[in-house]
Design a protein around this ligand. Structure first.
Ligand SMILES: [Zn+2]
Length: 446
């Protein structure tokens, strides 16, 4: 089954013929992913309504009853429930965000909303974040339901708006105002784990997200008397603030290992022949960018504001810090920065969101592990913590255990972390086909 007939005639899908052996390029999942990318659902584009209508159409074609909900015009959420055969079993939630971050055309090798399929990849904004998951889930369920299959437990599918800017019109709103939609859900899958790391030739570990760091955004404020720019100023707030940022940058906060990372760190030490956790994760290739920051609390200066005019020393200077804390190390996060900088600047909390951690045991992790092993028999499944924040933070408030599971088998050279919000975002078509097959097995056995 393909969806090529519904592709817009104005936006033909171009395919590379350089590699004719790659038969995956025109699979249903690649074509659907490409089509979803062609709806620019960024805040600078058409928002989520266009892509949501396309998703709703797919679900309706599966004879599912679809609810379309908007907290704001065009910020569209689509929710449906597939009724399971066992009404006593808890339900599974699958949450997928439909929005993407904006892309600047001209800096890309392809137009970012073209959904072009070439060189064995589907290209465009959302290819990994996370229209890939929307396409894999929809095609997997279309295949299964099309042959009369019913899941054992209810499966709630939530395609949500507004993840990238916090979920006020998406997951947060649904959780606060429409919690009944998630009735009975005990576990969820969603962003962002499930990708592979090839630790030896043809030996892969799939890193499934069972934890995510918390968010602690802070403001550092330095004060001083201020005055004329021609005079001596021992307490210039700009200098104090600069010192604070430098001190923060130089400080070694030491290793802060959460439960979700112990198994991966132990495995990575063996793969890389080292006893040092940080060295082990640094040697995971491109994935190191995602994995190393989960070993400790981090504080990145992201904005700085000071000054009135060229000849005035200001009475105040401030910097914004994007802080992230490891599950279980929230107290240390606030205490350490106060201890380190309290003599120089005032540390003000701006925004706080808890870290998440779920034990990787029980029926859903077991079904995930089985599905991956069936499609990649030599592989292992390893729980992991990721430094990013996802909609799981909202759904966890309903008591749902959340796992990041977007199954992708990636080539070892593929710089997966660079794809997120990056230029030339793309996903290998073979990874999409793999993910669809894994999800099918997962839905069948969960
Ligand atoms: Zn995302």
């Amino acid at each position: 089954m393909t969806v090529s007939s519904s592709a817009s005639p104005n936006m033909p899908i171009s395919r590379s013929h350089a590699n004719d052996s790659n038969v995956d390029d025109s699979s249903a999942v690649s074509l659907l992913c490409s089509e979803l990318i062609r709806h620019d659902s960024s805040a600078l584009g058409e928002l989520e309504r266009g892509v949501a209508e396309r998703v709703a159409e797919e679900l309706s074609n599966m004879s599912l009853e679809v609810q379309v909900l908007e907290q704001q015009p065009r910020r569209t959420n689509v929710v449906t429930r597939i009724t399971g055969t066992d009404s006593t079993a808890p339900a599974l939630l699958v949450h997928i965000h439909l929005d993407v971050v904006p892309a600047v055309p001209g800096t890309w090798r392809v137009p970012p909303y073209s959904g072009e399929i070439r060189d064995g990849c589907v290209w465009g904004r959302g290819a990994v974040d996370m229209k890939n998951m929307a396409a894999m889930t929809l095609v997997a369920l279309r295949e299964l339901l099309g042959r009369g299959w019913r899941p054992r437990r209810d499966i709630v599918l939530a395609f949500v708006a507004d993840e990238e800017l916090g979920g006020a019109a998406g997951a947060r709103w649904l959780v606060e105002e429409h919690a009944e939609l998630f009735q009975g859900c005990s576990e969820a899958i969603g962003e962002a784990g499930g990708f592979s790391h090839e630790y030896a030739p043809n030996r892969r570990a799939y890193l499934v997200q069972s934890g995510e760091k918390g968010i602690g955004w802070l403001r550092l404020v330095a004060h001083g008397p201020g005055g004329h720019g021609s005079m001596m100023h021992k307490e210039n707030p700009i200098v104090r603030l600069s010192e604070a940022i430098q001190r923060l940058d130089r400080h070694d906060f030491g290793l802060q290992l959460c439960n979700s990372m112990t198994e991966l760190v132990d495995a990575a030490k063996k793969w890389n022949n080292t006893d040092d956790a940080e060295t082990a994760l640094h040697r995971t290739g491109p994935l190191a960018k995602l994995l190393v920051p989960t070993l400790r609390n981090t504080y990145n200066a992201t904005e700085i504001h000071a000054g009135l005019q060229h000849n005035v020393v200001p009475p105040r200077a401030e910097a914004l810090i994007d802080g992230r804390f490891v599950p279980g190390f929230e107290t240390e996060f606030y205490q350490d920065i106060e201890n380190l900088l309290g003599d120089l600047v005032e540390v003000q909390p701006v925004f706080h969101n808890s870290a998440l951690e779920t034990p990787f045991t029980g029926p859903i992790p077991e079904a995930i592990t089985r599905a991956l092993a069936a499609e990649d028999p030599q592989s292992i499944t390893v729980p992991t913590c990721l430094p990013i924040g996802t909609d799981a933070k909202h759904f966890a408030r309903l008591g749902i255990k959340c796992y990041g599971f977007v199954p992708l088998q990636l080539p070892s050279s593929f710089d997966f972390p660079a794809m997120f919000h990056g230029v030339d975002e793309r996903v290998p078509t073979a990874a999409l086909n793999f993910g669809q097959r894994v999800l099918q097995r997962f839905f069948e056995s969960c």
